[in-house]
Design a protein around this ligand. Sequence first.
Ligand code: 5GP
Ligand code: MN
Length: 324
Amino acid sequence: MNNSLGNLMEEAIKLIKKSDNIYIASHVQPDGDNIGSILALGMAIKRLKGKVNIIKVDDIPSDYHFLPGLELIREHDVGQYIDLFIALDSSDIDRLGLGKEFASKADKIINIDHHVTNDNFGHINIISTSSGATGEIVYEFIKKMGVKIDKDIATCLYTAISTDTGSFIYSNTSYKTHLIVAELLKIGIDNNHINVNLYQSRSMERTKLFIDSLNRLEFFLDGKMGIITVTQEMLRDNNAKLEDTEGIVSFIRDIDSVEVACLLKEIDKNEIKVSIRSKKEIDVSKICNKFDGGGHMRAAGCTIYSEIDTAKELILEEIKMTFR
Ligand code: 5GP
Ligand code: MN
């Protein structure tokens, strides 16, 4: 952690200590890093101050239902006075969905994140793009707060870091990732229990959707690019949910010829969620930025507001351009 990040953390901790009404929110379609980070920090703040409010912005995917502290995530009214709002793992304020209404009412915003595309929307911005997960930053933050990292907090942090680094294999994994995870294991978390829940509990519906999706895999650019579209009809046919698309895009990237993998999910007739991954060369955050999305060099996303065939053409064109 560099010095200025350390100073920003101290400033943020002072703010937490003097604030009474603190709100934390997930982003829309939350992932493991987001949920793990909000729960870990939420539990730490609760321990420090006796109280914390965690806003339910979206459904929590079933993958994370085993996490301790989940009962802290609740629906809240926007009406109340908010003196501090904390955003985690969200690169811009629109990612917060309903949380944006709470954030815009708050006296102060702390923004803790690791996305290169973060636009510093907070009053205090703790952005570390070299961190594999927001959970790594939160680990340092909680230590600086002086709160003991117990097994519950450590379980949430491990989940955050493991999911965002693809079980410690993605290029965002650093020696610091491993040092932090070593500390979490030392605390005595049950990593086998966590890993079984995260990676070895795939439902039959998800498995069927996976098979159906792979049957529709298309390649472009001599196999350098692979793309799958998942429609609402496919979800219905397989009795699956949107969250069951987890794992499809990384499977496409794992194919030897593939540099860029793309998954299009039909949220609604004119709302297509795009997930893009790359392996070694292409900066996919730049592609998603063109559609008002964002993310990291090797993993990014955006939403295209058109029908799925049009969205596919638009994204294919952008991806092809990056290879020219
Ligand atoms: P995923 O493809 O798994 O939804 O997201 C991959 C990465 O891109 C994550 O780090 C996620 O936060 C980011 N991301 C996904 N969708 C969006 C989006 O619509 N806007 C921004 N700014 N980032 C996104
Ligand atoms: Mn993250």
